[in-house]
Write a protein that binds this ligand. Structure first.
Ligand code: SAH
Length: 340
């Protein structure tokens, strides 16, 4: 009796697996491949998306794991580092020409050759940030430091306008740890803008609003990154500042190499990390993929977005289920009629 019922259902609705699986709402959905149920199609789509993002995900996870391992090694290593201290002194000079290609110590037994490139983080925006944004900037600076410290090819790093609430935070909550940092210099004042055109041309202020696009990072240049977290409140802030100081500007070549969802304004630490990765691999695509979190890369679906999509699909399904039930009732009647 039960067997018969199953056989009959299989014959009448071959593509349906259960009553909760409904065919498409005819308005919004693409047609299903022949012989494929809606559920199988959804599974297939999901798998494809997952496979497409697999490489990026793995790369990102691997990088994070590596970072954690090195961070741990660094915490364990508390040996003073003379070569870095010497460099700190050298870096207190002029903004241009301070870059050096020294051999520096990265971990306990690890040496690296520093690129003669300077990354300067301009923190002259203290008043423009909320307390929370200020806190976030302090974490980003810490991150920049540790990324540079463990970079395969580190650079000279400078923090200028290190004052106000930022300094207060580093001095109190962060327990003056920065005073032990190596290979980095802190200056309470703004960077000096050289008078001569030639010297000024060695400086590039990075800004997503610039008309120029970076192609390479060059030796003996100083790349300024704005030390500000503003959630997009201040448009062209750094661009205008650089223009008024007659300093060249450039944006990262994001759209040339990677698709990211939303705005192309990155955080200070991501910009610094991308530059460090470019110096290591000499390849923008690799640098972007390693640093920009997969969730920002186009095509990625967060767990929340996924839940939202699934629930709206379910809603649509139950709507079309209702429609189908009506259709099924009609068609069953026809079949029954035919059988009887
Ligand atoms: N509203 C700020 C944005 C701050 S983002 C502004 O007007 O600059 C922090 C800093 O990261 C920026 O100041 C800039 O130096 C750098 N940055 C962010 N996205 C960038 C991009 N796409 N290209 C180049 N630099 C970028």
């Amino acid at each position: 009796m039960t067997g018969e019922a199953v056989d009959r259902r299989d014959l009448t609705t071959p593509e349906r697996e259960s009553s909760t699986v409904a065919p498409t709402s005819r308005l919004h959905r693409p047609p299903l491949p022949e012989g494929m149920s809606r559920n199988a199609w959804k599974r297939d789509q999901k798998k494809q998306k997952w496979l497409e993002q697999k490489d990026a995900r793995n790369k990102y996870k691997k990088e994070k794991k590596k970072q954690k391992k090195i961070e741990k090694m660094e915490r364990q290593s508390s040996q003073p580092d003379r070569s870095d201290d010497e460099t700190n002194e050298k870096m207190e000079g002029n903004i241009v020409g301070a870059g050096s290609a020294d051999v520096v110590k990265r971990g306990r037994n690890d040496m690296a050759v520093r690129a003669p490139i300077t990354i300067l983080i301009d923190c002259g925006f203290d008043d423009l940030m909320t307390e929370k944004e200020n806190l976030s900037l302090s974490s980003q600076i810490t991150r920049c430091y540790s990324e540079n410290r463990r970079a395969v090819v580190p650079v000279n790093m400078r923090i200028t306008s290190f004052n106000g609430r930022l300094l207060e935070r580093f001095d109190s909550a962060l327990k003056q740890q920065y005073k032990h940092w190596k290979g980095i210099s802190f200056s309470p004042t703004e960077y000096e803008v050289p008078e001569s055109d030639e010297e000024r041309s060695q400086i590039i202020y990075l800004s997503s609003d610039s008309d120029e696009t970076l192609t390479v990072l060059e030796d003996n240049k100083v790349y300024i990154v704005g030390g500000i977290v503003d959630k997009g409140r201040y448009k062209s802030l750094c661009l205008n500042k650089a223009n008024s100081q007659k300093i060249k500007t450039a944006k990262l070549p994001i759209s040339e190499f990677i698709k990211i969802s939303g705005r192309k304004v990155l955080t200070t630490n991501h910009v610094v990390e991308i530059m460090l990765k470019w110096i290591e691999f000499r390849d923008w695509k690799t640098a972007f993929e390693l640093v920009i979190p997969p969730r920002k890369q186009e095509g990625f679906e967060s767990a929340r977005q996924k839940r939202k999509r699934q629930s709206s699909l379910q809603k649509e399904d139950s709507r079309s289920d209702a429609e189908d039930e009506h259709d099924d009732e009609t068609s069953t009647e026809v079949v029954d009629e035919g059988c009887s």
